[in-house]
Design a protein around this ligand. Structure first.
Ligand code: ADP
Length: 803
């Protein structure tokens, strides 16, 4: 019974009881018996929705009650705020909660006053790199969805981070929450933790396969779900759930599909089904919700989502804006939305239980594999685990779809009777080690090759490997790479991070990205005049000025460092700083061009491994090859030849991504961008945020290496941040303005922050389409003494104020 729990802060057992949690679920009780509330480390491998969060909370709260501090590591940024909101209900019992997101390069000093901190593994890793003081005070760490150490891209970070945290405090309590994986025991061995493994669920889950006119469940039962001629299985299953069992209870459905496009088209079809089941009241509420969705952004995705929602269905995928996702999830929990068609991201961690789950697609396109690949058992089980709303449904139903009896039998074998895969460390992959070895050296966890290997010995990889030599070999290769690129240096046995190496680690860059950026910027410094000339339309063969030959002489550009000194001292224009002997040449070119150009810089950061590039679709190869030749002088570095197949293809993918960014800073409509590049609005945000971070890192590296491109990089970064052309930078920096309003203001003659303080208010109000509250907030943010719009009439504005 929760009332009998000891070791928790005062009032918590009673609060749990008031929430309706009177008795612990069996796996929870087992965890407490294993010492959860006494600081014992624990791996809990239990199904989705079986109360893992409470296990984490009991560990964290009891740790705090003993005077400690707890950290909760989430796998997705979107989950951080959700978990924080959940834990904040303990604030009335004196528990302070903080969430750490965003800017990598900070030590989050303010977090030292919090009792419970929520962060992603990348963020925790970067806090360790930046020596956050409070790291030493941690007594309890929870790793949510720890089976993701198996993830090729993100797993190694979680793995290394846990190893580092345990090294900082050997008595650290580690609570790892996992789906039911095959080898939870190995994970527990690695973490020196007790193991609680269970298949128990608070609500029964019936798994089955639909084929013909019925679902056959694993327990031997059947449910008739006839599918009419020419009709599809999924809508029939969604309609059947909404019919309920004659008890008047409409059952909701979650439909999992394998791509965003499929999620959107399925939602459109399901909307025609759900529409038949919504009541008059619901229709009104849904119309309101649809309006809210349209308010978030005026993109096609937004419009499509609103159209489906108005009829009671929705889609959900990683391309959605965060606001859209929250609106959809909340309305589904409130049972207003009857069906969500989702990609598997929704199965990972978001608490959206549903009466019925339909796993429509169990294969998905895998680029590395080069074709359709069956999903992991673990993934399918996690999707299926979302079926059944405790307290609402008698049981949950999870259904796979088959076309014939053979396929039905195969699906039973493959997913329903099958156990989830084992978790396997991906740490020995070179990109992962590149990043983590540099960080391990830079933050002082190891100073020698032996020390590094000893540290790596504390990882899951070491627990699992049967080839102990391998890690040593990869380590040597990676150390070589880091030395050649100037990120570490050897002094006898001792390995030290160089100043640039320290910066790279703190900036949270993949060393390979840093090397690419540094090469590109140094190349730009070496080719500056030649490229400026090409950009001005002059060909090297027909130089306008006689002295140009001298530009090819070695050493002709050693003034780069002098220039940067002048530039950083005077960030005003960044152009007139050239005082070398051919200054009049450069002056003339630089008068109308900054170099490197934004596109050159965007391309540079887009070709680093830290940016997920856009894929080339059919026809793109031609389009971007042409663009590649057109804009050739802008690229920083040698363009690979068309015969270097892979390298050229990568170059073009980076160019496509860079072009998206160029459109964004050229103020092209979001809608137009999503169409042109076949992406969702959430993807634009993702690319923009990554580019902002990488350009920020490039700016730091340029200034540290005394390169003359600092100013150009800074401006390119600012433009990405606001999504505007140069002339709007000042305006768009004012809180509440944004790219669209900045343009409207500018067109109305309000061109700067200073103009916002001085121009007649009616003009500003008209430019802001009469939105008084918005106008007041903007004027206040711009520092206007009297921002009130009370007496102002937008109709008083002169005619030219309305663009
Ligand atoms: P998981 O993290 O394992 O997917 P959750 O922790 O989100 O699952 O739990 C699912 C739901 O079960 C939550 O709404 C939670 O409040 C509820 N719950 C957890 N433990 C108990 C309990 N002992 N008694 C009643 N409800 C519980």
């Amino acid at each position: 019974r929760t009332a009998d729990l000891t070791g928790l802060p005062t009032g918590i057992p009673e609060a749990l009881r008031d929430e309706g949690i009177e008795e612990l679920y069996p796996p929870q009780a087992e965890a407490v018996e294993a010492g959860l509330t006494d600081g014992e480390s624990l791996v809990a491998a239990v199904p989705t929705a079986s109360g893992k969060t409470l296990i984490a909370e009991l560990a964290m709260l009891s740790s705090v009650a003993r005077g400690g501090k707890a950290l909760y590591i989430v796998p997705l940024r979107a989950l951080a705020s959700e978990k924080k909101a959940e834990f904040e209900r303990w604030e009335e019992y004196g528990i302070d909660v903080g969430v750490s997101t965003g800017n990598y390069e900070s030590d989050g000093e303010w977090l030292s006053s919090r009792d419970i901190i929520v962060a992603t593994s990348e963020k925790v890793d970067s806090l360790v790199r930046n020596n956050a003081a409070w790291m030493d005070q941690l007594t309890c760490v929870v790793a949510d969805e720890v089976h993701l150490v198996d993830d090729r891209h993100r797993g190694p970070t979680l793995e290394v981070t846990l190893a580092k945290l345990r090294r900082l405090n050997p008595n650290l309590q580690v609570v790892a929450l996992s789906a039911t994986v095959g080898n939870a025991g190995v994970v527990a061995d690695w973490l020196d933790a007790e193991l609680v493994k269970s298949d128990w669920r608070p609500i029964d889950l019936k798994m089955g396969v639909h084929y013909g006119n019925a679902v056959s469940f694993a327990d031997g039962s059947q449910r008739e779900v006839p599918v009419g001629r020419g009709e599809r299985q999924t809508p029939a299953l969604v309609a059947d759930a909404l019919e309920g069992d004659g008890d008047g209870d409409q059952g909701s459905s979650l439909v999992f599909v394998n791509s965003r496009r499929n999620a959107e088209s399925a939602a459109r079809r399901m909307a025609d089904v759900t529409e038949r089941y919504i009541t008059g009241d619901e229709r009104g509420d849904l119309a309101e919700l649809a309006a809210e969705i349209r308010d978030v952004s005026d993109t096609e995705t937004s419009e499509d989502l609103a159209a489906a929602v108005a009829k009671g269905a929705a889609f959900h995928h990683a391309g959605l804006a965060a606001e859209h996702r929250t609106l959809v999830e909340d309305a589904f929990r409130d049972r207003l939305i009857k069906c969500i068609c989702a990609t598997p991201t929704l199965a990972a961690g978001v608490n959206t239980p549903s009466r019925r789950v339909v796993v429509r697609d169990w294969q998905r396109y895998d680029g590395d594999y080069g074709g359709m690949k069956p999903l992991d058992v673990l993934e399918v089980h996690q999707m299926m685990g979302r079926a059944g709303r405790p307290g609402l449904d008698p049981y949950g139903e999870a259904v796979l779809l088959a076309k014939d009896a053979d396929a039905r039998d195969e699906l039973f074998e493959r997913y329903i009777w099958a156990d989830a895969e084992d978790v396997r460390s991906k740490l020995a992959a070179e990109p992962a080690l590149r990043t983590h070895l540099l960080a391990t050296v830079a933050s002082g966890f190891a100073h020698t090759r032996e020390g590094l290997l000893e540290f790596l010995d504390q990882t899951l990889y070491a627990t699992q490997t049967d080839d102990p030599e391998r890690l040593g070999q990869v380590t040597d290769r990676v150390l070589d790479y880091l030395e050649v690129n100037g990120f570490v240096e050897f002094e006898g046995e001792t390995i030290r991070a160089t100043p640039v190496g320290h910066t790279v680690s703190r900036l949270y860059l993949d060393p390979m990205s840093a090397a690419e950026i540094i090469d590109g910027l140094e190349w730009a410094a070496d080719h500056r005049t030649e490229k400026l000339r090409a950009l001005a339309g002059e060909t090297p063969e027909k130089p306008k000025r006689a002295r140009s030959e001298s530009d090819d002489e070695p050493g002709g550009f050693q003034r780069a460092s002098e220039m940067v000194a002048a530039e950083s001292g005077d960030a005003g224009d960044g152009t007139g700083a050239d005082d070398g002997d051919d200054s009049d040449d450069a002056d003339e070119f630089e008068a109308d061009r900054t170099y490197p150009t934004p596109l050159g810089l965007y391309h540079l950061v887009c070709r680093t491994p830290d940016m997920y590039q856009l894929y080339l679709k059919s026809g793109d190869r031609e389009t971007y090859t042409e663009l590649c030749y057109e804009r050739e002088p802008e690229f920083l570095g040698r363009v690979p030849s068309e015969y270097e197949d892979v390298a050229f293809e990568d170059w073009l993918s980076a160019l496509k991504t860079a072009k998206l960014l160029e459109d964004w800073v050229g103020e092209v409509d979001e809608d137009r961008i999503t169409e042109r590049y076949g992406v969702g609005p959430g993807d634009i945000r993702g690319k923009v945020e990554t580019a902002e971070w990488l350009l920020g890192a490039a700016e730091r590296l340029a200034s540290e290496l005394d390169l003359d491109s600092v100013y150009a990089v800074r401006e390119a970064k600012k433009r990405v941040e606001y999504g505007v052309r140069e002339e709007l930078l000042d305006l768009a920096g004012v809180r509440g303005v944004g790219r669209k309003r900045a343009r409207r203001l500018f067109e109305a003659g309000v061109e700067s922050r200073a103009d916002l303080r001085e121009t007649e208010k009616s003009r500003i109000l008209a430019a802001l389409r009469g939105r008084r509250k918005t106008a007041e907030n903007i004027l206040e943010a711009a520092g206007r003494k009297d921002p009130s719009m009370d007496e102002v009439d937008e109709d008083d504005a002169p005619e030219d104020a309305v663009p």
